[in-house]
Design a protein around this ligand. Structure first.
Ligand code: SF4
Length: 237
């Protein structure tokens, strides 16, 4: 068995374990390349794992187009969680529509309203959640484990692709004809909200196009934050 096949077998086994031992479990898909690998694995094996996406209101048209591609390819609707409209209105009135460029605090507050709070709603009542994060993606993810104790949300968090390389992801997508966000072919290896994501140049870090005006250490959504600080999540497996 090649190294890639071993990693794929381990990922299949992790997903099967989550579906049987951690129900109800959900997969938080950002509709990017890694997330399409997990979407394909979950839906083709008909695993008992719900799939949702955070519709922040600031996504690219290409990212939203992935919802249609998933529907036509798999016959499945991805559940969408949206921000509280009143919280968005208050932020925009007080700070401006694009105030996230002005300071890290205002950027994190926008992420809190548009991502963190909707995520909390999506995870309510669940035993575990899944992400498509990989260790090689950024300076903030070098110690990412396949299974973590997510104290902030009071449940287990699984990152079944933690040890996958970018090549692994694209090998899987291409050899299984999995649809993917066309922005990946236009210099976007990592895709978030439209105003906070730019294309990168060859040789630049994978996450260099995300919140590019900030230091690498602050480049997370706050989805793993307790009391306003990024926390290291304890490894349990
Ligand atoms: S990525 Fe940008 S637009 Fe999206 S929630 Fe965070 S700060 Fe707001």
């Amino acid at each position: 068995m090649s190294d890639f096949e071993s990693r794929l077998a381990a990922t299949r086994s992790t997903l099967a374990k989550i579906a049987t031992e951690y129900a109800p479990a959900v997969f938080a898909s950002s509709l990017a390349a890694e997330d399409m690998v997990l979407t394909d694995l979950i839906l083709k094996s008909q695993l008992n794992i719900g799939i949702f996406s955070l519709e922040t209101g600031r996504l690219h048209a290409e990212t939203l187009g992935m919802l249609d591609k998933i529907r036509t390819t798999y016959g499945t609707e991805i559940l969408l969680y949206k921000p509280d409209p009143a919280a968005v209105d208050t932020y925009v009135q007080q700070h401006g529509l694009n105030a996230f460029y002005d300071s890290v605090e205002l950027r994190k507050e926008c992420c809190r309203i548009r991502k963190v709070e909707p995520l909390k709603r999506a995870l309510t009542g669940k035993k575990a959640w899944i992400t498509g994060q990989r260790r090689a993606q950024s300076a903030t993810r070098t110690e990412l484990a396949v299974q973590e104790d997510d104290a902030a949300h009071g449940m287990q968090k699984f990152n079944p692709l933690a040890d996958w390389s970018e090549e692994d992801v694209w090998h899987y997508l291409r050899s299984n004809n999995v649809p993917y966000n066309p922005l990946h072919d236009k210099g976007y290896p990592s895709i978030g909200c439209e105003p906070c994501t730019r294309a990168i140049q060859p040789g630049e870090d994978i996450r260099a196009g995300r919140w590019w005006w900030e230091n690498p250490e602050s480049k997370e959504c706050g989805l793993h934050v307790v009391d306003g600080k990024l926390v290291r999540i304890k490894q349990t497996d």
